[in-house]
Design a protein around this ligand. Structure first.
Ligand code: HEC
Ligand code: HEC
Length: 246
């Protein structure tokens, strides 16, 4: 009788462990999703709680996790694309799960980045294409990736390379989203900013809105602990039985 209960409990442990590990792979983990939402910079455009910022709200958007994956890989409208090295399908599912816990905002008006009085075409473009959501006025990026590394020019080729094959966690902008001609206008603007940032030297404070790299995550271990305990219980049961038989 006792032995039956023991084996029964072992099997339940194993099944529970396997079920929860499958379930968490399917729908994602909200706590991990919250960390990723910030680390992967989705929050810069869609708001810390999915309430909307430079782009529309995601909280209460009624989309499925699969639709989210599709949007991140092959975005519609002006959203840049993230590849699966930058953001995995599982990470998108985690972020989706987190945003499902957030309330749909009652209203939304897109955030506007302040432009200078007679803004050049390039300055207008970085606001319109939402580069400003991550780069602000570019003083952080230009200081840390150019000035401190002795890079004094930022030309069209540099900008195009970053747009089409971005380094680090920056998503990819296609030629439909930012044309080569627009990239040239952006480069001209960024060169004037680079000159200004370099001239300001070390006295200027550098607001850096960008994290250096994505956050790390560890897979949930609970399901495997359950499976292991179950297997150990089965093993112990079999062992004690064979001992008694011997
Ligand atoms: C540079 C700004 C920007 C960033 C960064 C960004 N998005 Fe978007 N996203 C947009 C824009 C623009 C749209 C289109 C409409 C809108 O919401 O204004 C959009 C739309 C979406 C949609 C809705 C698609 C549909 O079918 O309507 C989803 C889902 C989405 N984004 C998820 C994400 C996730 C996940 C991340 C981070 C991996 C992310 N976005 C990062 C700008 C951005
Ligand atoms: C979702 C956030 C995000 C958006 C939107 C974004 N970037 Fe970036 N960008 C980054 C990150 C991250 C880096 C690398 C780290 C850093 O800048 O410190 C980067 C780096 C750069 C660099 C430096 C490349 C080099 O050679 O070192 C340039 C230039 C740049 N971005 C231009 C743009 C332009 C132009 C746009 C808009 C069309 C844009 N970015 C939109 C996140 C973003």
């Amino acid at each position: 009788m006792l032995r039956k209960i023991w084996y029964g409990a072992a099997v339940v442990m194993i099944m529970l462990g396997m079920m929860t590990s499958v379930a968490s792979a399917d729908v994602g983990d909200a706590a991990r999703g919250k960390v990723l939402w910030e680390a992967k910079l989705c929050k810069n455009c869609h708001g810390a709680n999915g309430e909307g910022a430079y782009a529309g709200p995601r909280a209460g958007d009624g989309k499925s996790a699969d639709e989210w994956v599709k949007q991140v890989r092959t975005p519609r409208a002006n959203m840049p694309a993230f590849n699966d090295v930058q953001v995995s399908d599982q990470e998108i599912a985690d972020m989706w799960t987190y945003i499902q816990t957030q309330p749909k905002p009652a209203s939304f008006a897109p955030k506007q980045f302040p432009l200078s009085a007679n803004a050049s075409a390039g300055e207008q473009l970085v606001a319109q294409k939402r580069c400003v959501a991550c780069h602000g006025d570019y003083s952080g990026t230009l200081r840390f990736r150019f000035v401190t590394q002795g890079r004094t020019t930022i030309d069209t080729a540099t900008v195009l390379k970053q747009l089409r094959t971005p380094a680090q966690n920056m998503p990819m902008f296609s030629a439909e989203q930012v044309t080569d001609e627009q990239a040239a206008q952006i480069a001209a603007y960024l060169q004037t900013r680079l000159d200004a940032v370099a001239a300001a030297g070390s006295t200027a404070s550098a607001p850096n809105t960008l994290p250096v790299s994505g956050g790390s995550q560890s897979a949930s271990t609970l399901p495997w602990v359950l499976v292991l305990i179950g297997v150990a219980m089965l093993g112990a049961g079999v062992l004690s039985k064979s001992k008694r038989a011997a």
